[in-house]
Ligand binder design. Structure first.
Ligand code: ADP
Ligand code: MG
Length: 323
């Protein structure tokens, strides 16, 4: 049977890294201070995301797998003003529809935890389980029941590196959260969660490169722009190294990326791209996060003004500290 869940799943769950993103965002929403990500075979055979967040109440666990069951919107008015990362109640049911998923969870004041097992969207077991406070979600055999999608996957190595890249972006977006990532049990990434962006940048880029990045601090017209901007000397050949964070979420926004590149235009040789971590705090009503189901691409309402501010902020930081 091809359910509405499987159709929705096709939109939300494109590949293993989309699963990682949704699960980690749920952990962040749950107030996690530590998030561990484990993958095997590029996430195709297994993805586990484990957190020390608030956990899910026993009674709510079954609900969490029903579409549009979100604990994060209490009125439709909230839709205009979204501060948490998740809000549509679509991710868990979508992932569960196309995998074999286990959630083990315990709230901090519950005596015992609970575990739910879902296969292809159907609940197969719900049992009490001993567990530390927090939530662990394990996703096995992604797309086992959607062979067409499974066939479009790249090699485990490529899917795995997409997962790794995503985790490093998430770590840059939230330097206050401790991230650990393992591949087949082997540590591949660690960001201590010190709260300092420079530490997260060191975790992702290494000390030598992080030293060549200068801090950025800019506020104007209710918009705050912070981050770290790479000196022209550490430019790269791809634009992959522009990490954009808006209101605490790792996002993509082409006009902002273009503004970043424009700021560097005269500073870099042709074809080179800057290394930049940019975090914008903007009034939430200026942000439209509902463009893409996977919620990575966002649209800004005052795009041109934002582009001007971003360019100015970058040039200021570069002129005073990097040139
Ligand atoms: P959304 O994040 O849009 O609310 P999801 O499908 O991603 O929807 O998650 C459904 C619900 O399950 C969430 O609203 C939340 O209540 C609960 N949930 C999911 N993951 C976690 C987690 N790691 N910790 C605590 N609660 C969680
Ligand atoms: Mg979510």
């Amino acid at each position: 049977k091809y359910t509405a869940d499987q159709i929705a799943a096709g939109e939300v769950v494109e590949r293993p890294s989309s699963v990682v993103k949704e699960l980690v965002e749920n952990s962040i929403d749950a107030g996690a201070r530590r998030i561990a990500i484990d993958i095997e075979d590029g996430g195709l055979s297994m993805i586990t995301v484990s957190d020390d967040g608030c956990g899910i109440e026993g009674d709510d666990l079954e609900l969490a797998f029903q579409r549009h069951a979100t604990s994060k919107i209490t009125s439709t008015g909230d839709l205009a003003c979204i501060y948490t990362l998740g809000f549509r109640g679509e991710a868990l049911p979508s992932i569960a529809a196309v995998s074999k998923l286990t959630v083990t969870t315990r709230t901090h004041d519950a005596m015992t935890g609970a575990q739910a097992q879902i296969e292809g969207g159907a609940l197969v077991a719900m049992v009490p389980a001993g567990a530390p406070p927090g939530t662990t979600v394990t996703v096995k055999e992604l797309f086992y029941n959607t062979p067409a999608r499974r066939k479009t996957m790249k090699s485990p190595a490529t899917e795995g590196s997409l997962c790794g890249e995503l985790v490093s972006r998430l770590a840059l977006a939230r330097p206050d959260i401790r991230y650990e990532m393992r591949v087949k049990g082997r540590d591949v990434f660690y960001s201590a969660g010190s709260g300092r962006l420079a530490d997260a940048a060191t975790a992702v880029y290494g000390a030598a490169m992080a030293r060549e990045m200068v801090p950025l601090n800019f506020t104007e017209e209710g918009i705050t722009i912070t981050g770290m901007v790479g000196k022209p000397s550490i430019s790269r050949s791809t634009r992959n190294h522009i990490t954009l964070v808006i209101n605490g979420r790792y996002v993509r926004c082409t006009p902002v990326t273009a503004a970043v590149e424009a700021a560097y235009q005269t500073l870099l040789p042709q074809g080179r791209k800057p290394v930049v971590i940019l975090s914008l705090s903007i009034p939430p009503e200026l942000l439209d996060v509902n463009v893409h189901p996977a919620k990575l691409e966002v649209r800004l309402l005052e795009e041109e003004k934002m582009a001007v501010l971003v360019k100015r902020a970058l040039l200021e930081a570069l002129r005073t500290k990097a040139l």
